[in-house]
Ligand binder design. Structure first.
Ligand SMILES: Cc1ncc(COP(=O)(O)O)c(C=O)c1O
Length: 439
């Protein structure tokens, strides 16, 4: 394999030990934008989601209470902090995307945004609407459904992106095809089939399922492939979370500025969801926000991808002798999105890795202290505050960014990313496993 095998970092990764990597190219105020995308693009994505809000409310009555906006709560978690992070200075909080309605995971904003982009484009093309000012409820008419039904929307997924894309596509009348990789949970496939989604089960990993899905979709001119590895529509949908979080923090009178840092810990698979959120948060909070990704020790694909000389061409973790076996199905990805890695080049602060045992302990502790139930992937970020405040690498980061005097004013945000639809018997097994490991 490549030059990478010799470095101390790849040796640690190969050993499957939890570790914390600081991005040497991080710039608190990047000299040059990494991308053509800007805050305006995020605001346009937010506007699109708002245009569709009345229609979403009709399709998903659970959205009525929030006027058709798919959003999660920002939780104060004082019990969790007191019991399990007793020495942490500053405030611990949770952004509860584990309970995002409709799709039940962080994949809701991005996935639904991308399908709505496509539906809007088709609706304009077929003159179902004539401008974006029109009443989008007409897209629920039998005539609109008949048109959408001539088109297919396809995606490859480890589970949660498939749920997001499949549910909204089928609800709008599209033919929906979800290519599930080997780790996808049975209940996620069943949930989709119950909604008329065509689920294709692959025996290979996620990267192979993406390849197969992309190829099959390209062969059909009426098929649109949601490309998790390369999609700015997904990315911008995820990024909308930053605008919403800005508002929620302000409502709860939590300051974020150069004197009050915000440290965010995001579970990471191929990189799109945490990448889009990081991009959004940087647009909103600039140098005041510090974003860290969390990956399983068996699937540190973005950590590895960030080492590549040319970030657009990441290597696979199989080359490190790892085999991507993890109960964190949403994070079980062997190769990162090169596009996301290049977008993260100067704005991502670092990446840490986590064992499956730690995931179960953390999901158990969260349930015990706060009554919030999450799936294993969603607990990946929970060791982040300890890495940042209690390890040599963390001290180094604090020193580099002159954070030490500010840590008592910091907010640490754990982003919980999935869990709402986990069947109760599965959730009970997660809890039992966490309880055994915790004692
Ligand atoms: C629960 C959960 N958390 C986090 C992620 C990570 O998102 P991404 O693969 O875009 O990095 C996923 C991906 O499916 C997920 O299902």
């Amino acid at each position: 394999m490549s030059h990478l095998i010799d470095t101390a970092l790849t040796k640690s990764l190969s050993a499957g030990q939890p570790m914390f990597w600081l991005n040497p190219d991080y710039q608190s105020a990047p000299n040059q934008p990494q991308t053509e995308l800007s805050r305006l693009d995020i605001e346009q994505a937010d506007q699109r989601l708002r245009r569709f809000a009345p229609l979403l409310q009709q399709l998903f009555p659970e959205l009525i209470a929030n006027q058709g906006i798919i959003e999660s709560e920002l939780h104060q978690v004082t019990e969790l902090q007191q019991q399990y992070y007793p020495d942490l200075l500053g405030k611990l909080m949770i952004k509860g995307d584990h309970a995002l309605p409709v799709a039940g995971s962080i994949k809701a904003r991005g996935g639904i945004h991308e399908v709505l982009c496509h539906a809007e484009q088709l609706a304009l093309q077929h003159q179902l609407i004539h401008s974006t000012e029109d009443d989008y409820l007409t897209l629920l008419s039998p005539q609109a459904k008949a048109i959408f039904n001539r088109y297919e929307i396809a995606v490859s997924s480890t589970g949660n992106l498939g749920l997001s894309i499949g549910i909204i596509s089928a609800a709008l009348g599209f033919k929906a095809v979800v290519h599930m990789s080997v780790e996808a949970k049975q209940w996620k496939k069943q949930r989709l089939r119950d909604r008329g989604v065509h689920v294709i089960e692959h025996r290979d990993d996620y990267s192979a399922a993406v390849e197969a899905g992309r190829r099959a979709s390209q062969a059909d001119p009426n098929s649109y492939f949601v490309d998790d590895e390369n999609s700015s529509r997904l990315f911008l949908g995820y990024a909308v979370a930053a605008l919403r979080l800005e508002q929620q923090l302000a409502e709860q009178q939590i300051r974020v500025d150069t004197e009050h840092p915000l440290c965010v810990y995001l579970p990471c698979g191929v990189g799109g969801a945490p990448g889009g959120i990081t991009f959004g948060l940087k647009q909103v909070f600039g140098a005041a926000v510090h974003c860290f990704f969390a990956e399983p020790v068996e699937a540190p694909c973005v950590l590895l991808g960030m080492q590549a000389e040319d970030k657009r061409h990441p290597e696979s973790v199989y080359q490190l002798g790892l085999n991507v076996t993890t109960e964190a199905d949403g994070l079980a990805v062997s190769m990162a999105s090169g596009w996301v890695c290049s977008m993260m080049e100067t704005i991502l602060s670092g990446v840490f890795t986590v064992t499956d045992e730690a995931l179960f302990i953390h999901l158990y502790q969260l349930y015990q202290s706060e009554g919030l139930a999450i799936e294993p992937s969603a607990a990946a970020g929970f060791s982040g505050p300890n890495w940042l405040t209690n390890t040599p690498e963390g001290y180094r980061y604090q020193q580099q960014q002159q954070l030490q005097p500010l840590m008592s004013q910091a907010t640490h945000l754990l982003w919980t990313t999935g869990g709402l639809f986990v069947p109760p018997e599965e959730m009970q097994k997660f809890q039992q496993r966490g309880a055994q490991l915790a004692t």
